[in-house]
Design a protein around this ligand. Structure first.
Ligand code: F6R
Length: 263
């Protein structure tokens, strides 16, 4: 695991966007795994700005989103389809048929999930998977005790996640209890995993993910098993890491040839 601690979420988002842009420039037909929620918003803003100002070209890029709520149509204001359109896809030149987001209205969910896995495989696998982390340590919507080898499937949200995500829904509207999510095994198959976390509310989960035991009770800890997991944090999210000075020292002494997206 590489842990990078930056002063604030703006610097962190800029670095993460730089890493994604570097990949797109090197491999124009790369496959991105994308996430929703508050954390990636700054990254998507940076990518849109790079598209507008520097001509960053998404025309050959393919994407697969991590998850979607069961029962929400793509038009629903809180659906992840809508989130992705409004925050990224409406502003870049990725062809519509290159975009994949789990279908919350799928009728035969097990066979739909199998076809989502097959589509990832057919696309050549995910080159870079962008991730956030839940306050309960979830990865995608793989809640505590999810199998660490799980594949795309239906999951029931933890009460904590329902409370955390209520902010995306209107007053009186309930957060769906079920989701379709890539599994932890699906996520670990990505060539690079790039997890971003901001704010004190994530500090405990981040400490468990990086320095705790690998355990299904904290699904994000499975990233310790990944060959190339990069964790980018702001100071607050890093505040409970015992070895934070070491991570800072490693980052400050990185050889130039290892620096990606840091120009
Ligand atoms: C979103 C996802 C979730 C979020 C996590 C953090 O597609 O899979 O794991 O990354 O819940 O959400 P925010 O960024 O809103 O704190």
């Amino acid at each position: 695991m590489e842990v990078i601690i930056l002063p604030d979420s703006k610097a962190a988002s800029r670095l993460a966007a730089g890493m994604i842009a570097d990949l797109i420039r090197k491999k124009s037909n790369c496959v991105l795994g994308l996430a929703t929620g508050s954390t990636p918003l700054g990254i998507y803003r940076e990518l849109v700005s790079m598209h507008n100002m520097e001509g960053l070209d998404f025309s050959e890029v393919t994407s697969f989103n991590l998850d979607e709520y069961v029962g929400l149509s793509p038009e629903h204001h809180a659906s992840y389809h809508r989130f992705m359109q409004e925050n990224l896809f409406n502003h870049i030149n990725m062809p519509k048929d290159h975009v994949h987001i789990p279908d919350g209205l799928a009728t035969d969910i097990p066979s739909y999930c199998q076809s989502y896995e097959e589509a990832i495989y057919q696309a050549g696998g995910i080159d870079l998977q962008l991730l956030g982390i839940g306050t309960d340590g979830h990865l995608g919507f793989n809640e505590p005790t999810s199998s660490l080898t799980s594949r795309t499937r239906i999951k029931t949200l933890d009460r904590q996640t329902i409370l955390d995500n209520q902010r995306f829904f209107q007053p009186g509207e309930s957060v769906p209890s079920h989701v379709i999510t890539m599994g932890i095994g699906t996520i670990l198959d990505a060539k690079t995993c790039l997890l971003i976390a901001f704010g004190e509310s994530k500090a405990e989960a981040v400490a468990g993910m990086v320095e705790g035991p690998v355990a299904a009770i904290l699904p994000a800890s499975a990233l310790q098993l990944h060959q190339k997991a990069i964790i980018i944090l702001d100071e607050a999210a890093a505040s409970k890491l015992a070895k934070r000075e070491y991570y800072q020292w490693v980052y400050d002494h990185k050889p130039d040839w290892q620096k990606v997206g840091q120009s």
